[in-house]
Design a binder for this molecule. Structure first.
Ligand SMILES: [Ca+2]
Ligand SMILES: [Ca+2]
Ligand SMILES: [Ca+2]
Length: 204
């Protein structure tokens, strides 16, 4: 409720051009206005409220139907991406392998701690990032706006993984702790599938 109030506090006075004109009985007035959400609003799922007669200046037959709410996701203008990923040509079930990747924040504000997770998936059907078995992760402490970080991590190939050819993928923020602007969020767009496959050999 606190955030509802915060958002509403800044939005309750639309520009005069956006204020609906007076309408007679049964009349309908539609308006479009641009609102600024203040930086103090925390990220996450919120509601934005539209309230008629905010200052209660009009005595109405029904005062209880002046508000409508719509869900809105507040992002923090981050846009995590993986711009490169590679692993070994072969790996062995039950042993470690080294994965290299480059994480990028294409957004306009720095991001805090997030995980980059490595997955192994069968090559058919063609996997998207995050498909298959999670085999390990690396925690990135922070990434400035428009910064990239090239790094490696050692992950364990599960000993129960059937021998065969696998696709390596690395999505950033697969556990979704960093809200990103709509369309830029989720493992499929926050990750990348390695060009080269990995042949997993049976355990020793
Ligand atoms: Ca009223
Ligand atoms: Ca993203
Ligand atoms: Ca995210």
């Amino acid at each position: 409720m606190t955030d509802r109030v915060r958002i509403w506090d800044t939005c309750r006075q639309p520009a005069p051009s956006a204020r609906p004109a007076w309408r007679g009985p049964g009349g309908v007035s539609a308006a479009v206005t641009t609102l600024t959400i203040p930086g103090s609003v925390t990220t996450g799922n919120k509601f934005i409220l539209a309230r008629a007669d905010t200052l209660d200046q009009v005595i109405e037959d029904q005062e209880g139907n002046n508000v409508t709410a719509r869900a809105i996701e507040i992002g923090d203008f981050a846009d995590l991406q993986i711009t490169a990923v590679a692993g070994p040509a072969t790996a062995r079930a039950g042993q470690n392998m080294t994965v290299s990747f480059t994480a990028r924040n294409a957004g306009t504000l720095p991001v805090g701690t997030f995980n980059v997770t490595a997955y192994l998936a069968p090559t058919a059907p063609s996997p998207t990032p995050g498909d298959g078995e999670a085999v390990g992760l690396k925690t990135i402490a922070t990434l400035a706006a428009l910064a990239s970080l090239a790094t490696t991590t050692v992950v364990a190939v599960p000993d129960y993984l059937a021998p065969g050819v696998y696709a390596l993928s690395v999505p950033a923020d697969a556990d979704d702790t960093i809200p990103e602007l709509g369309g830029n969020d989720g493992p499929a767009v926050d990750g990348r599938v390695a060009t080269k496959t990995i042949t997993v050999q049976p355990p020793l």
